[in-house]
Design a binder for this molecule. Sequence first.
Ligand SMILES: [Zn+2]
Ligand SMILES: [Zn+2]
Length: 428
Amino acid sequence: MKAVLDHVGIAVKNLPAALAFYRDALGLEVEAPEEVTSQRVRAHFIPVGASNLELLEATAPDSPIAKYLEKRGPGLHHITLRVEDVFAAVAQLKARGVRMIDETPRPGAEGSTIAFVHPSATHGVLVELKQAAPATSHPPPATSPDSQVKRFSLGELDLISVCDGFIRFDGGAMFGTVPKVMWSKQQPPDEGNRVLLAMRALVVRGARTMIIDAGLGDKEDAKFHEIYGVDRSRNLDHTLAEAGVGVDDIDIVLATHLHFDHAGGFTIRDASGRVRPRFPRAQYIIRRGEWEDATHPHARNRASYLRGNYMPLADAGVLQLVDEDQMIMPGVRVRRTGGHTMHHQMVTIESGGTTAAFVADLMPFTSHVSDAWIMGYDLYPMDTLAAKQRFVKDAIAKETLVFFEHDPVVAAGYIREENGKRIVVAGG
Ligand SMILES: [Zn+2]
Ligand SMILES: [Zn+2]
């Protein structure tokens, strides 16, 4: 295997003193620090030729770096070797009996994929293998962290749009029969022809607290993350916390359908490896037809349904199947749209004479408000068309605030018709 030195990680106890040496005495340039929240560490990169030194500073007492400093004192923490294919590298090492910390590669910072080798195999040095993220042909979307949490009030209800991060799906599949020369202007694809989707859930606070859908969740492995270009560096845990909503606050989890980008966050894997409901107090409401389809998948829809996202709900006795359109809590109703899946449902929300709608995969992006923009993924596209025409007419008349689950930029907006063309004006 070909490996190049990417960087050398150095655990630092006293940052000013370390900077006095590396920056002032050696005269090297220190880049602006990067915060790795999940590891509770701040990283200061110092370019040295093709590689970097990385000064690692703990930001909390329970940070792995703080623990390392306590045990071993400041000094060399790890070295990182960049490889072309981290999966092949790990397979090669395991074939030779090398002990790994990560038996399967996992997502690292900035879209990379990483795996740590156990120090007992490397003669005392912690070695990280890293495969860099594929270069993208365009910059990331215009979303700042705070655009992932948006609050709206609707009569008596509070609506909070939260986000589980981003995923990439094939552009052709997202836009069906629409030619690429048209959709690529709205959403530029990456070199793999993939376009960026947000995974937005909606918290509804009223008589009770509900969350509609819950994104991808964290049960998928690095291979999955690579195929779908997953970026959950800021995920539902972060955005719910920012919204001031704890997992214990949720009374109802409502599913539009059970595809993995909507239902993955319904469950989590606990420390013992068991998959269990993520919201411990909640009843999970799912449409019976969708449950039947998800539990009896066929060749066309099988890749979208992952059993660990919903079977544990039945095992835990928190599942509530509904058969038809009905009120779920005051002001909140489900309405079957069909189209995307036979029993896909949207959610309408009404309070104080105003209306909102969470349309899920009926119109995943704002560009899907046009009649002919229908996903190639949809199992029954003519039903999508009929449901969309019905809904959009009504939404324009009632000035409905429409939530777009997958739009990477606009969480919610109002549909308007101008000169025979439909547009979305961002709300909030
Ligand atoms: Zn779907
Ligand atoms: Zn979706």
